[in-house]
Design a protein around this ligand. Structure first.
Ligand SMILES: NC(=O)c1ccc[n+]([C@@H]2O[C@H](COP(=O)([O-])OP(=O)(O)OC[C@H]3O[C@@H](n4cnc5c(N)ncnc54)[C@H](O)[C@@H]3O)[C@@H](O)[C@H]2O)c1
Length: 339
């Protein structure tokens, strides 16, 4: 049984808590949040995950408002860093340096230098560092990568990804709406698709982005990017959080392969469809669970010493950050940016 701590009991802290508690091999033994009122709020995390709104039970768990005290007392094997992004570096480095394995939410950090400080601390301590790039573990996305990699439908000719959200006005201290703390929708939201593009197609040669301003940033709150590769595959992604409250949240993709079309739209039923050139359209079998529960199960297994497939490396997390920062640079300069 691995002993787990969580720092930051907001939207994602609660999500991580729910996922660990559902596992046989992990036990949350300590939680830290500087706002002790969070410990009284046992309502689950609302959102698009079925069952996530179930009440949470913190009975028997060490509840701290001092991170150093938690780290000193709780004898942790693993820590989830579910703090606002601009705080990731200090807490992740401290935990890794103290010999604790870390699952840090995405984006790994605000800057490449901070991200490399975290990956450097992991390397030095020899401890695991996984970044919360949950889309790599999202069943429909994971299955899509598997289908592409199998080559059964030929090459991908074109791919578009979309992630659109109402404006998130619910964060602690409204940090999401401060682009100096969240990096705006480009870094906070759209990075999910940039990271998936990197996972499936590798790092592009260059990016060209345009963006519209919105509630958190004059420039980057609704971004559209072309990822440019040596071959002629057309890859684009669009992400933004300037949608109206009535819109809610949508994530989707359309992939054109030589011998099939693969589509996903979380608001549609069926959400996931493969339409082969020959034969009837069908919905492939996918893994159970959701991206969060699957990434946390993966992390917990790895911490416990089980062999797990390599899905997200620290270097790839830094590359995803590099990718989005290049996209933002492209918006600012009006030019494509080479990577
Ligand atoms: N993987 C995903 O799909 C996904 C979704 C949402 C958020 N995130 C990421 O998760 C991270 C957290 O986002 P969130 O939406 O949960 O934020 P949030 O505002 O809901 O929660 C942040 C929590 O941190 C606490 N906190 C602030 N300062 C602290 C400190 N010094 N020590 C301890 N606790 C402190 C706050 O009281 C709050 O409870 C961000 O990096 C965000 O980008 C990822």
């Amino acid at each position: 049984m691995i002993r787990v701590g969580i720092v930051g009991l907001g939207f994602m802290g609660k999500m991580h808590f729910r996922c660990y508690q559902a596992l046989d091999g992990a036990q949350v033994v300590a939680i830290c949040d500087t706002d002790r009122a969070k410990f009284e709020d046992t309502g689950g995390t609302a959102g698009n995950i079925e069952g996530a709104e179930a009440p949470l039970d913190f009975t028997g768990i060490g509840l701290y408002d001092d991170f150093d005290k938690m780290l000193g007392e709780a004898n942790l094997d693993a820590l989830s860093v579910t703090l606002p992004t601009y705080m990731h570096k200090d807490y992740a480095v401290k935990a890794l340096s103290a010999g604790v394995n870390v699952l840090c939410e995405k984006p790994l950090a605000m800057t490449v230098a901070d991200a490399e400080a975290i990956t450097g601390a992991a390397q030095q301590s020899g401890k695991l560092l996984q970044t919360g790039h949950c889309i790599r573990f999202w069943p429909e996305y994971a299955k899509t990568k598997e289908i592409i990699d199998s080559g059964q439908y030929g090459k991908v000719l074109a791919a578009t990804f979309q992630r659109l959200s109402l404006t998130p006005t619910w964060s602690w201290d409204n940090w999401l709406m401060d682009a100096t703390k969240s990096g705006s929708a480009a870094l906070d939201l759209h990075i999910h698709d940039s990271d998936f593009v990197q996972y499936v197609f590798g790092m592009p040669k260059a990016v060209f982005s345009r963006a519209a301003g919105g509630p958190a940033a004059k420039e980057f709150d609704h971004i559209v990017t072309q990822y440019i590769y040596d071959d002629d595959c057309v890859v684009t992604a669009e992400g933004g959080w300037s949608m109206t409250p009535g819109f809610g949240f949508e994530m989707s993709f359309n992939l054109v392969l030589e011998k099939a079309t693969i589509t996903y739209d979380c608001t549609r039923d069926p959400a996931f469809k493969v339409a082969p050139a020959e034969g009837d359209p069908f919905t492939p079998e996918i893994a159970s669970g959701d991206g969060y529960s699957n990434e946390i199960a993966h992390f917990a297994k790895a911490v416990a010493g089980a062999s797990v497939p390599e899905i997200i490396t620290p270097a790839q997390s830094v590359d995803s950050l590099r990718l989005v920062l290049a996209e933002k640079q492209s918006v600012s300069s009006g030019q494509s940016v080479e990577l």
